[in-house]
Design a binder for this molecule. Sequence first.
Ligand code: AYL
Length: 542
Amino acid sequence: QIRHNSGILKSPLGPCTTIPNENIVQHIYKGIDEWIEEPAATCAVSGRSYTYGMLRMLINRCAQALLSHCGLKSGEVVALLLPNIPEYIIVCHGAMEAGLTVTFVNPLYTPDEIKRQFENAGVKMIITIPLLLEVATTIGPTLPGYRSTICIGGDDDPSKNVHGLMSLLSAGYEAELPEIHPDQLALLPYSSGTTGLPKGVMLSHRNLVANMIQGDHPALIGNITTRSGEKHKALTVLPFFHIYGFNGIMNICLRLGSHIITIPRFTPEDYLKALETYKPTYLFVVPSLLLFLASHPNVTKEHLSSIEEITSGAAPLTEGLLQKFRQKLDNPDVMIRQGYGMTETSPVTFIMPKLTPPSKIGTIGILYPGTEAKVISLVTGESMGTHQTGELLVRGPQVMMGYLKNEKATAETIDENGWLHTGDVVYYDEDHYFYIVDRCKELIKVKGNQVSPTELENLILEIEGIIDAAVVGVPDELAGEVPRAYVVAKPGENINEEDIKKFISSKVTHYKKLAGGVKFIQAIPRNPSGKILRNELKIQNP
Ligand code: AYL
C-alpha cells in the first residue's frame, strides 16, 4: 500500500536520476559519437536529409553566426515561424546553444495572432521559410529592438534585412559560445493555462532536460533499439511548435539517436506515402490522428506493418477508438501507450508503463519518476483518496518557472508549496494508475490544439452590435471538441451566425473557428464577480 496521509502520491518508479548541469543541446547530443554517420532527420516530402554529424556541425555554426553576424545577445528571444522541416532542428538548437530563448508559433496563425505573441515575448529575430517571409518581414520591424530575419531555403536580401540560412552557415562566422546556466530560459511556448489568454510558459534548460531524463526508467523504455535491432525511425507530423512535438518527440528522438521523418503539413497522401517509403517503427499521435489511421479507407494493415510502438497524448484516447485502431493494426505486439502532460510541465507527468495491465482501461498511466501528485476536492480543496475525483495537482523538476511577465497568473497556477494546478479532473486507483475524467479549466482542445475561449470572446465583442459573448467547447466526433459561441446581440441588431463565423475565421487559424456554431441568447450566465458560468451554458444547451 502506497497511501500517504498528506494525500501526496509519489511516483511508483521512485525519484529520477540526478539532473546533470548541462544545457539542452549538450544533453541531447551527448551520445552522438555512437551514431554520428547515421541519419538524424529527413523530410518525407522533399527527401532532404541530415546525418547526426552534419546536424551537429550546422547547429554549432548557426549558434556562432547568431551571436557574431546577427548580433544577438545571450538571453534574447528568437522566434521560429516554421513548419516541421529538418532545418527546424538546426536553427532551434543553434539558438539554444547560443544562450538565446526560443519561442515558436503555428506558421498557419494569422498575422494578428503571430504579432500578439511575438510582441509579448519580446522577439528580436524571426526565422522562417520563403512562403512566410513576407509575414515575417512585415511583423519583424514593428517589434522593438528587432535585428533581422533568417530565411531557410532563401537568399540574403539586405534591403529587407534578411539572411539566407545557407549563406549564414557557410560563411564561417566565429563567436565564443556563452556558458549557459541550467536555470536559464530556454523555451517560451504559449499556453492559456487554466484561464484567460495565451501566456508565455517559461521553461528552463533544466526543465527540458529533466523531462527527458525522467523518461529513461526501464519500466518506461528500457532499450533504445527496436525489436528489429535497429534504432527507432519515428514518423512525426505533430508540430515541433507545440511542446509535445518539441520536447516529447524531436528532442527525445535525437537524444536516442533515432531517425526522425518529418512532414511539413499533414495530408493523407503525404502521410501514407511516408509510411510506405520510410517504414517507421515509432509513431507519435494525438487521438484525432489515430482516428484517421483507424478509419480512413486508404490506410491498410500494410501501412502499419513496421510499427512497434505508438504514443498518444494531448487529448483523451477513448477505448472505442483504441479498439477500432487495434482491429486495423491486427498486431497485438505493438505497444500503444497513452501519456498525459501540459505545456507547463515540459510536458510529460504521466505515462503508461510498458507492462500496464489490460484491465486499466483508459488510464493515462502512472507518475513519471521524480514527480508527485495530489488530487483535491473541487469543493473543499481537501486531498482525495482512491477512486474519488478531484483536481489534479503535480509537482516535479519539469514544472515551469512561471508565466512570462505575469505574476498573477503564475501565482494562481503554482501555489506556495510548488504544486501546479492542472485544471484537469482525475481519479486514481489502488495501484496509483490515474484516469482523466473532465476539465475544470476553460481550455478547449481541438484535435489536441489549445483554443482559449477568452481569445475568441474578445474578438466576438469587437463586432458592432454584440454586447456579450461566451465560448465553450462542445463534443465533436472528429476533433474531440470544437468551439461554440453564445452571444447576446443589441436589441434590433441584424447580425446572423454566418457574419460572426466569417469574422472569426478571418482573425484566427483554422482550428479555432466556431465549428460548433453560434447561438443567440438573452444573457450570459455569470457569477456575482462576473465570471462566465461555462458549465451552466453547456448544461442548459446540450
Ligand atoms: P497542452 N488525456 C486527456 N487530456 C489530456 C491528455 C490525455 N492523455 N494529455 C493532455 N491532455 C489535456 O498544454 C489536459 O487537459 O499540452 C491538459 O491539461 O497543449 C492539456 O491537454 C494540456 O494541453 C505526451 C506528450 C501528453 C505531450 C502531451 C500533451 C501536451 C499537451 C503526453 O507524451
